[in-house]
Design a protein around this ligand. Structure first.
Ligand SMILES: Nc1ncnc2c1ncn2[C@@H]1O[C@H](COP(=O)(O)OP(=O)(O)OP(=O)(O)O)[C@@H](O)[C@H]1O
Length: 257
């Protein structure tokens, strides 16, 4: 097997007396699609925060491409290729859709934010931004102000901004959260196409189990901050402990024994 692109060892974070992520040993292979599932409060978002650098662990390590990145801040991890989306949308509302993505591409390309200088490079960033907008099916809304997009389209824009940072690994935190039922299929399609492109390793937190089963090569189940199990969708669906955890009848001791 290839070297994992991501590996955590004993990853733990404690808030006061509460251990939100507890001794997680976890790894993913490059170019795979892994979903993190688990009941509310299981520690999924906190685990993402530890991977992206928003939080520092109380104990344990995070390795990316074999390198220990546990002590690195968010921007250094972004440079290495870890791109993270949030449950809340994170776009500049008064810029156009295209400008939002172009600014991100420009930031990565080291370009100036002075809009009228370096006109040629500016145009190149615009071409790059349009390609990224096509990937999220927003190229036909490039000239709209971001604030006028629907919630679902804002999530797509957020993904395009993320892609502008040229991530090797995408951490997608509930991309369908807050969406209307009609909006969900089109974001699933975008994520499916990102997977098929083979350009990224994808980690997804998602409550919509049908979506997760459909897209994922493997599922990691968190419960009370611990990694209950990590396996193929078939293995997870037939795992009795997982079923019990989801039914809510599992006591802490059973989860950890
Ligand atoms: N900064 C913090 N300070 C104190 N407790 C925290 C902090 N962040 C998270 N927690 C706690 O850690 C636990 C795990 O929270 P987390 O948001 O990671 O769960 P989750 O699995 O992502 O839940 P959901 O599916 O509802 O988003 C919760 O009990 C939460 O209250």
């Amino acid at each position: 097997m290839a070297q994992p692109i991501l590996e955590t060892s004993g990853l733990t974070i404690q808030f006061g007396g509460h251990v939100a992520v507890n001794g997680i040993d976890f790894s993913v292979q490059p170019q795979t699609f892994t979903s993190i599932i688990g009941p509310n409060g299981a520690g999924k978002t906190t685990f993402f925060n530890l991977l992206s650098g928003q939080l520092r662990p109380t104990a344990g390590t995070v390795k990316f491409n074999g390198r220990d990145i546990t002590g690195l801040p968010v921007h250094e991890r972004t440079k290495l290729g870890i791109g993270r989306s949030f449950q809340i949308t994170n776009v500049f509302p008064n810029l156009t859709v295209l400008e939002n993505v172009r600014m991100a591409a420009q930031a990565v390309g080291g370009g100036s934010f002075r809009l009228f200088s370096h006109y040629k490079r500016f145009k190149q960033y615009e071409v790059t931004a349009m390609k990224l907008l096509a990937k999220v099916h927003l190229d036909n809304k490039a000239d709209q102000l971001a604030k006028n997009l629907s919630h679902g389209d804002k999530r797509k824009l957020e993904i395009a901004i993320l892609l502008a940072l040229e991530p090797k690994m995408l951490l997608l935190d509930e991309p369908t959260a807050g969406m209307s039922l009609e909006e969900v299929p089109s974001i699933i399609e975008v994520i499916r196409e990102l997977k098929s492109s083979g350009e990224h390793t994808i980690l997804l937190i998602e409550h919509k189990i049908d979506m997760v089963l459909d897209l994922s090569d493997s599922l990691a189940v968190l419960f009370n901050g611990r990694l209950l199990t990590h396996g193929t969708p078939d293995e997870i669906m037939s795992n009795e402990l997982v079923q019990t955890a989801y039914l809510g009848g599992l006591y802490d001791d059973a989860a950890t024994s």
